[in-house]
Design a protein around this ligand. Structure first.
Ligand SMILES: [Zn+2]
Length: 284
């Protein structure tokens, strides 16, 4: 490359960076985000998520829903364990006795505390259609659902159980207004909330990047990764739909976060989740 073209390339890059900053600074219209506890999951054997590592070791997982106040309306990301579990103090034990799932406080009651009714939610998106992320999806039939087309086809197709999905959790969304995605999507058109395709855990798994006005940009992981140690070692849980795709997604998102100064918020990492303010408090 000649010196002249190098200078041109550098100048173009600087302009691109300036343009990017201007866009972020003037058009970020996310006002606040509530982290709503949406379940407590406990396993007797964490090696289900880290094959061959920590066999027989128990672990507690957090599980949150994320309610975003944008100038254009309310958006909900993930809907947690089913509120029906709240009636069972001992929760429900699944995965052959190796995972206990509970819902100490319903999502409905926590939304009410914030002053939001399910019908107020304009945008609904879930990282994927496993039961601990779509347990209360049926409340939000008034919202437009943003879902990857491959995830939609898996969830509403002839063999949802093949993907570990339980249609009773989300069947009312069949008649919702649905936007089927094939990749990334800028939800409000201002770059402040972006759904990113992140397949592997399920066929159409996705993550959410939220540019908060004070906190900065965060990436809500869904089940791209379940806890920090797995992230550090890029471990792929045994139950993932596609192992290679899972690895590629983690590397792609790691590079994206580094390049764009985005912080990773791991949904099921209890240690990290415990440090976040919970609804009705919020982050800005
Ligand atoms: Zn999952």
């Amino acid at each position: 490359m000649s010196t002249r073209s190098s200078i041109f390339t550098a100048a173009a890059a600087a302009l691109a960076i300036l343009a990017g900053c201007a866009t972020t600074g003037t058009q970020n219209t996310v006002q606040r985000m509530y982290v709503i506890p949406c379940g407590e999951n406990r396993t007797t054997d964490v090696s289900l998520w880290s094959p061959g590592v920590n066999v027989g070791k128990p672990m507690e997982f957090s599980n949150n829903c994320y309610l975003i106040r944008h100038a254009q309306g309310w958006m909900l990301w993930d809907t947690g364990n089913s509120d029906a579990l709240a009636a069972r103090p001992d929760g429900l034990t699944v995965l052959g006795g190796r995972l206990n799932i509970r819902m100490p406080k319903t999502l409905a009651s926590q939304l009410k505390e914030i002053g939001v009714e399910p019908a107020d939610i304009k945008v609904l998106a879930m990282s994927h259609m496993h039961a601990d992320h779509c347990g209360n999806a049926n409340y939000f039939t008034a919202a437009t659902l943003y879902i990857q087309e491959v995830e939609y086809n898996a969830a509403f197709g002839p063999e949802p159980q093949k993907f570990g999905f339980v249609p009773a959790n989300y069947e009312k969304l069949r008649s919702s207004n649905v936007v089927k995605l094939n990749g990334d999507h800028d939800v409000f058109g201002d770059g402040s909330v972006v759904i990113k395709s992140a397949p592997g855990h399920t066929p159409g798994h996705q993550v959410l990047v939220v540019r908060l006005p004070k906190t900065g940009a965060v990436l809500l992981s869904g089940d791209m990764v379940h806890f920090q140690e797995n992230w550090a070692n890029r471990r792929v849980p045994g139950m993932n739909f596609n192992r290679d795709q899972s690895t590629v997604t983690m590397e792609t998102m790691a590079a994206f976060m580094t390049a764009n100064k985005v912080e990773l918020w791991i949904n099921h990492d209890k240690a990290q989740g415990d440090r976040l303010p919970k609804a009705p408090k919020y982050v800005e």
